[in-house]
Design a binder for this molecule. Structure first.
Ligand code: ZN
Ligand code: ZN
Ligand code: FE
Length: 717
């Protein structure tokens, strides 16, 4: 008998065919395996053919995941061999794999004195190494990647063409003889320092870090700025040079044991830190490292994920600051010329290499909430992120202005780009446009329809309207709700609590504290935070003092119509907002936790830090259409200095309000928007109401493009 299988799931670009080959030849079976547009096709015949599928299931390559197997039994074809056939199908549907951190087998080889890749900083295999960041064009072949300038040596080529080798068709395959080289550049003029071998270069950089210097190291998707995280002077010097006074730095550790010295990890945290994707995980502090994340009680931690990072830690015993090399909120820098131009005054040394990064990609950021995970930045390791759907159009969704991402949808999938950034600088808008071009090229895609945000001044919206294509605008917070519906394929009506920073509302005011009843096609705003004046406009969010004063004075001012402040408030034109994010800022200000909103998210993290689960007190909020938060703000002002009580009562009262509203409507609940990155708030709501919320798709504005595309998929023909 001949068996024919069609297998779907994550089965392409993950070493699936070589595994099939190995199992088939071990069982002495004949036939073939082939990648096709709609899955992997396998035909086998021979005495052991019936054992094949079980063997395969038990010996899957680590990154592969089978979602479905179709079996057909056919008459014998009398194959003579087993072969891996070249795919002839259109490559449009082939997914582009995210980059993968170094695998255990490669680590073993790299530290094996007798291996020809001993200490080789660019070791990789079919299961690990760069992918998205080196692709120029499709199909994913070496000649279409930045590895094209490195001609494979004979030994590498032998591995590359041998189906039984771990490096069968590993496009970035290389070794000391044929691969990329490290390059040490020394500031003032960034001249190259000559060395005898690669390991000397790494050792040199490690020694400089030990001396307290600031270095830039080229990783998978861009450069990191690094220094000794336990050296306060070095950390403060980096802050001074980079003009980044207080926003936390991510930390790269030698290993999990070292993380545990500095942070309290849950089982779930450990799992995430150790996962293949090696994201930055936000965890609870145990030991203070001055200058890293002062004020809050969290660290962003991750493990070395490239061979080069691991080799660096061979010479270091302390954690490193590993922050993306960029200018404030611009995209991560991917080549040394740009690095020297923009951050030459920040770094003392650069550890560069000549494998070009084609597509920049930042580190991903995730957080465990109980047994769940939420994604705050979907990038290296996860993106491009592909989700199955049904769609007859070519849709491009261009996302929000902050934490911008784009989504494409065509055929049977939606693809979410890696995190692009805040579209507030020329550099980031340029990177946004470049990403659109890259995705059009990589997926051989041309949109019929563009979907963007309602905000007329978002750079993404402005770009959309310049394209002269059919363009639709989706309200920002509705897009948040839709992205959750899309992740779980939800249909029907949901009660949606979307608490966010700011987003453009249907009435031209700035929304952000919204309760909707929504489905795939429409939504109704049934409750919202009673609007208040956003003094300083959307750029004024750094100064909660202004908003607080306006909120308090606005009512009183009516009684003192002749005073200047009353006139200013009455006659000045201030946008109105119902933003929950701003309420957090005002509360943090009123109780004295912050003077200024130094970086986004600070007030929320402070409120979490001081939250005490033993305090059960609440302030009753009305749940009319307009929810008045002033009683809670008064409470914060009255108990100024008592951070614990204010933080606890504040979160308790919001939770109570959500519970009370959900009791009125007999509907399943969705929660979303940036405010729900608050682990304490989300954790408690999750236990009480078991709501749907985005886990793999970013719960913040990084998920807006998915919601926009989902609307198109469900509403346009
Ligand atoms: Zn590997
Ligand atoms: Zn080689
Ligand atoms: Fe948002």
């Amino acid at each position: 008998m001949r068996y024919r299988y069609k297998i779907n799931g994550i089965v392409q670009g993950v070493g699936f065919r070589p595994s099939v080959y190995k199992i088939a030849t071990n069982l002495n079976l004949k036939g073939f395996v082939l990648n096709s547009g709609d899955g992997v096709i396998i035909e086998i015949e021979g005495k052991n053919a019936s054992k094949f599928i079980n063997e395969l299931k038990n010996n899957l390559p680590p990154l592969a995941k089978i979602e479905s197997i179709e079996e057909e039994i056919l008459p014998l074809a009398n194959y003579k061999t087993f072969e891996i056939k070249e795919s002839k199908n259109s490559l449009k549907t082939t997914s582009i794999s995210p980059d993968k951190s170094i695998c255990d087998e490669c680590i073993k080889e790299m530290f094996d004195k007798n291996n020809r890749r001993y200490f080789y900083p660019f070791i990789n295999c079919t299961n690990c190494g760069p992918r998205y960041t080196i692709i120029e064009n499709i199909p994913y072949d070496r000649k279409n990647t930045s590895m094209k300038k490195f001609k494979m040596c004979e030994e590498c080529y032998k591995e590359y063409i041998n189906p039984l080798d771990r490096r069968y068709h590993a496009e970035p395959i290389s070794c000391y003889n044929c691969g990329p080289k490290l390059n040490v550049l020394e500031g003032e003029n960034f001249k190259e320092i000559p060395f005898d071998n690669e390991i000397e270069k790494i050792k040199f950089i490690a020694n400089k870090i030990k001396e307290g210097k600031i270095v830039a190291v080229k990783g998978l998707g861009g450069f990191h700025l690094m220094c000794d995280a336990t050296n306060k002077e070095a950390v403060l010097e980096l802050r001074k040079r980079k003009r980044r006074p207080s926003k936390p730095f991510a930390l790269m550790f030698k290993n999990l044991e070292q993380i545990k010295e500095y942070a309290k990890l849950t089982q779930k945290d450990e799992e995430l830190i150790n996962s293949y994707e090696k994201p930055i995980v936000l965890v609870k502090k145990k030991k203070e490292l001055p200058g890293i994340a002062d004020k809050i009680d969290r660290y962003g931690v991750f493990l070395p994920y490239t061979p080069l990072h691991l080799l660096l830690f061979e010479f270091l015993d302390f954690p490193l600051v590993a922050t993306s090399a960029n200018v404030s909120d611009e995209p991560i820098i991917r080549d040394s010329n740009e690095l020297i131009e923009k951050l030459g005054s920040v770094v003392d040394y650069i550890l560069d290499n000549n494998r070009d990064i084609i597509n920049a990609c930042d580190d991903s950021v995730v957080q465990a909430v109980g047994e769940d995970i939420i994604t705050m930045r979907c990038a290296r390791g996860y993106a491009p992120f592909s989700i199955k759907t049904k769609n007859s159009l070519n849709i491009l969704a261009v996302g929000a202005n902050q934490k911008n991402t784009i989504s494409l949808s065509f055929g049977d999938k939606l693809i979410l780009s890696p995190h692009i950034g805040d579209l507030q600088t020329l550099g980031s808008v340029e990177y946004f446009e470049r990403t659109i071009k890259t995705f059009r090229r990589l997926y051989d895609f041309n949109e019929d329809i563009i979907i963007c945000d309602k905000h007329p001044y978002y750079e993404s919206t402005k770009w959309a309207f310049k394209q002269n294509k059919k363009t639709y605008q989706i309200q920002h917070h509705y897009a948040h709700a839709l992205s959750t519906m899309f992740e779980y394929d939800l249909d029907g009506e949901y009660l949606c609590f979307i608490f966010d920073g700011t987003g453009y509302g249907d009435d031209g005011t700035i929304w952000g504290g919204e309760v909707f009843i929504a489905d795939r096609h429409k939504y109704k705003r049934i409750h919202y935070i009673k609007p208040f004046k956003l003094i300083g406009g959307e750029k004024g969010v750094k100064n909660p003092a202004n908003m607080a004063v306006a909120l308090i004075t606005d009512d009183l001012a009516k009684n003192y119509p002749n005073y200047k402040i009353a006139k200013t408030l009455k006659n000045g034109s201030f946008p109105l907002t119902s933003s929950m994010g701003r309420i957090f800022d005002i509360v943090a200000f009123l109780c004295g936790m912050i003077e200024k909103n130094e970086w986004e998210g600070l007030s929320g993290l402070l409120i979490e830090r001081y939250y005490n689960p033993n305090i059960k007190e609440t302030v009753e909020l009305n749940i009319d259409k307009e929810i008045d938060f002033r009683p809670l703000l008064n409470f914060a002002a009255k108990h100024r200095g008592d951070f614990e009580r204010v933080s606890s009562v504040f979160l308790n009262s919001i939770i109570k309000m959500i519970e009370n509203i959900s009791k009125i409507y007999d509907l399943p609940v969705i929660v979303g928007g940036g405010v729900f990155q608050n682990k304490t708030l989300l954790g408690i709501i999750n236990k009480k109401l078991n709501p749907y919320f985005n886990k793999k798709i970013p719960i913040n504005d990084g998920g807006v493009s998915v919601g926009q595309a989902a609307w198109g998929i469900w509403n346009l023909k």
